[in-house]
Write a protein that binds this ligand. Sequence first.
Ligand code: DAH
Length: 335
Amino acid sequence: MSATVSLQQLTDQLEHLEAEAAAAIANASDAAALEELRVGLLGKKGRLSGVLGAMGRLPGDERPLVGQRANRLKDQVQQLLGARLEAVRGAAMAERLERERIDVTAACSYVPPGHRHPLQSTIEEIVDIFAGLGYRVSEGPEIETDHYNFTALNIPEHHPARDMQDTFYLGGDRLLRTHTSPVQIRHLEANPPPVRVIAPGRVYRRDAVDATHSPVFHQVEVLALDEGLDFSHLRGTVTTFLQQFFGDLPVRFRASYFPFTEPSAEVDVQWRGRWLEVMGCGMVDSAVLEGLGLDPERWSGFAAGLGVERFCMVRHGIDDIRRLFSSDLRFLEQF
Ligand code: DAH
């Protein structure tokens, strides 16, 4: 250890140390490196302590000069460390924000946990086909009056369809509609012909529940009224619709009876080798038109009605209607 040390030497050392510290601090890239520098420079066993240790060997009157210089260095280094720490923290935050950026507009691979119920997609498919033929959707209430559900459709007072066995009566003349046909009447009251509409919706009957009957089910009603429509238009429309829905398979019309159509027919499709009855239809009865104040000499048209459950079950090979109402996901997830 050298015996003597001069004021100049110590001052130079401090000067040098300050320059070195400033360069090292400027180069430190994170908080840990800065802490290491702080300990190495200002800590108990740090570089500054080393220089100050030699101070004791100076003449007493020179020591305060070195002490003051050392204090300035300490202040300066602390200030540089603080400023640099702030800078590296800011940079780290900016880098993290960039790295963890979430692009909320990016295309994603989200798999929806659910999908349409098979009855709903059947209704939508039917609606789509008729939309392609120029039809629009009309809707009516599920709570109907005796007038719209029966009388206006030419269903007489003592017709079996009015039987307590079949209809949910609500008191007064109100009831739960037993078919979507009342929408024909409501639509024509509100819209003068020509009209081309389909009316999907829920209907209700007091049926015992079994594999093919449910007290609530769905129908789609079809109505076209215009000048010059005849049975060939009915046949063409219904056949086109059925062949679009089921594929290009044989369709046959059988004479039938409905109070609100004349003539009336039931329609079958040949599905997997056997004839299946899929809908009722006919030319709108003149009694229905007269009830609406429409001249049957001028206006003619056709109506049709189908059961959505039937279409859905045939299409998907479902053998029990109750499955469609059970909300059992193990069943529904198959569609
Ligand atoms: N409303 C009838 C029913 O529920 C179905 C029906 C048959 C509707 C013939 C029609 C039709 O529009 O022309 O059972």
